[in-house]
Design a protein around this ligand. Sequence first.
Ligand SMILES: [Zn+2]
Length: 162
Amino acid sequence: MYQKTILSLVAAFLVGCGVQTDVATKSTMFQSVTQKEAVLLQEGKDKESCPRCGMNLPKYYKTNHSASLDGKTYQYCSLHCLQEHLYDGVSLKNPQVVDVQTLQFIDVTKAYYVVGSSVRGTMSRTSKYAFSTKEGAEAFQKQNGGEIVDFYKALEVAKKDF
Ligand SMILES: [Zn+2]
């Protein structure tokens, strides 16, 4: 009886997190970087976790976004979780995204997003990866397909995700 409850909880968790929880692909996920490589903008004991969904940020690093609200910086696993926070009606400042090539945060309005490539995304069936240069985005697109769009278009796609 007890065990059955645990199992159904695990199942609910897996469904909630989408395709990325596939155990077999964990170690080879495109998004992942080491803890050393990841830039963490949050403070405190939960600084490695997405404040919206709790997922580990270094593990999903290449889709990480950030924004600030009332002087506090939030670092999200994905555009999806940033979008979800916006949906609360708050006005987030200084939105940033990780540049896949340099692993540094850049201004979202300066990023080139490759949307819908064959590389799996985070919290989304339509992946979105950001690049600081058009050349970088084009090289990625050449290998993996997808469409190059700006942040606002990528955000629109993220809204339709769930
Ligand atoms: Zn998240």
